[in-house]
Design a protein around this ligand. Sequence first.
Ligand code: E4P
Length: 222
Amino acid sequence: MKFFIDTANLKDIEEAKELGILDGVTTNPSLMAKEGVTGQSNIERHYRIIAEMVEGDISAEVIATDYHGIVEEGKHLAGLAPNIVVKVPMIKEGVKAISHLTQIGIKTNCTLIFSAGQAILAAKAGATYLSPFIGRIDDINWEGMDLIAQIAAIYNTQGYETEILAASIRSSKQIVDAALAGANVVTCPLKAIYGLLKHPLTDIGLANFLADHRKAAEVANG
Ligand code: E4P
């Protein structure tokens, strides 16, 4: 399973990169706004910076919602850097645009996925990635992870090549559950990645190893 970081924060991206486990980055207009990145030229500059920092795929979301607008904006975004993936919402015009962008060799990430039916349409259109929003489904008291398992079963049965990118992940447990459910990629905040490191027995075990080493050294030195 690939690890993407879900942020437009350059410091967090750098930290995840230094951990040596980072395969890509996802952003969305809300994440860009959260970092105070506004205005077309600043937004484009920010995408270029991220795309230079990380070798893997970087999702940059379109703002247009009509077919021609999405295609034009998608081409423009894709031209910013070779590793930019155009993020397109799951709407009728978006599906048409994904189909066209795929035909002309531009990678896409179909976003705002909340049902298996939407996942089938995105795969048929040729999306490179599909982003089911796990946390937002959980927020309305449904089981987000069931959707990942359902889509994984359908994609395996049908031989669809679109990669399932589990998005809207808020906890470390959801990362593990997404891996079990068959996600190809998980995108999550830095905090959820760091949460995977934690186990009390690791901390206790390490403290004991270091204490034993210290004691043995003290005995040896008299
Ligand atoms: C990433 O591709 C999505 O836009 C993001 O994970 C949404 O997360 P949220 O539901 O926490 O806003």
